[in-house]
Each structure stands twice: as C-alpha cells, then as structure tokens.
Ligand binder design. Sequence first.
Ligand code: PEP
Length: 253
Amino acid sequence: MRKPILAANWKMQKTIPEAIEFAEAFLPLVADAEVDVVIAPPFTLLDRLGAKLSGSGIALAAQNVNPNESGAFTGEIAPGMLVDLGCQYAIVGHSERRALYGETDALVSQKAASLLNHDIRPIVCVGETLEQRDAGSALSVVAEQLRGSLAEVASDRASEVVIAYEPVWAIGTGRTATPQIAQEVHESIRSVLGDLFGAVGGEIRIQYGGSVKPETVYDLMNQPDIDGALVGGASLDPEAFSRIVHFEREGSQ
Ligand code: PEP
C-alpha cells in the first residue's frame, strides 16, 4: 500500500514573514491529514519554517542539492547541510533546473544517491516537453530520463525514492494533463521501475505535477498509479493546498 504524498514546491517565492503566515493558517487545516505532506520552500526559509513545522508531522524538503560532501562550490548547499536543517526530502531534476541550469540525468542521479547516503528521500522529477509529446515520444523520453536519473540509486534504497512525473507543458501553464494521460505515463514509469528494481518498483510512489488544483486533484489521485502530487502555484495558498492535501473530500463535492 503506497501512502499518498502531497508536496508543495514554492520555487523562489515567499519571505520569512510570508512563510510563517502560511504555516499559521495551514497547520490547523491539515492537522487531521492521514497522508504525507511535504513543503519545499527556498533554502532561506528552511530553518525558520522547519521550526514552525516541528512536531506537526509535515516534512521539510529542499528544492535542490549539490551531490558533494563539502568543498569549493560557491553558492551550493551540501546534503549534510540539509540534514542539519531537518530536511527529510529534496527535489532533484526539476524541469526548471534541467532547462535553465543544464542539469543532466547523470547529475540528477548523483544528487539522488548522495541524498540517500544522508537518509534524505529524493523527489526525482521527469517529464517531456510539448514538442516531445507532439512527436509521440513522451513515454520513451520519460523512460530514458528515469533510467539515467536513477542510475546510481541502489535497489535496497529505491523504495525511499519518490518520482514526480511533471509534463513540462503542464507546469505553471494552467494546463493539467488529463487523468488518463497522466495515468498512461505513470503506468509506463511503474513498468520501468519494475525493470530497474524488481518488486521494489511497486513500492515507489509516483507523484503527478503540473498545474494541480483543488478542482483537479481528486480525479488524478483516483488513478491506480498516481500516488501523490507535486504542486507549484496552488501550494502557495494555505487554503488551496489544504484542499489538495484533503483530496478525498474534493471528490464528494
Ligand atoms: C512544479 O513546478 O513542480 C509545478 C507542478 O508547478 P505548478 O503546479 O504551478 O504547475
């Protein structure tokens, strides 16, 4: 049984007072949640927001990491530093980092392995562009990204990994993939995970990401291979993200 995991990716948004205000509004709304809830704020908020979330059951995540232990990497953050701040997860290979900062599958795979060495669960993002989808190569592109991005992940740690399928054309565009389109890719991801890790592949949680809203989350979560959501825009608002966390309630409306 895979426990649903709803994660917020705040990207480069919110100041400390804004994050504290969010937490004060959000925590009472999700106090009874029976799913895994994760918030990935900018690095600058990890310490203060982490203190605010302490004891709530909500996990803290980073949005990136450098795979090295320490050294001359100006501007970078090492996995051990994230451990210091209480991070339990870190997003790696987000399409914005792949497109804007040239992150390759090989680097994403190093990051994932390094995080696992520090007992931080990587949320590994994959997803095709609109051109790739229109060319009919979405499944093969995602499979290749997955194999490359998980190349250094050992089978005995693979169950701790979370995959986020985020079609690039759906991120921040308001254009969510239909549950059927998302399920088709998730099913294919599940099969690649089975090839890579055997039975453990069935334990790995696969999130969908791309303009998820309270209005769309229920139908997405109802698909057999969709185990969660990675949410950008709608996660900035405590009320909207709490409705996403309580996705089951959205179905009865
Ligand atoms: C994201 O960037 O991970 C994301 C899914 O963003 P949005 O929900 O805004 O499309």
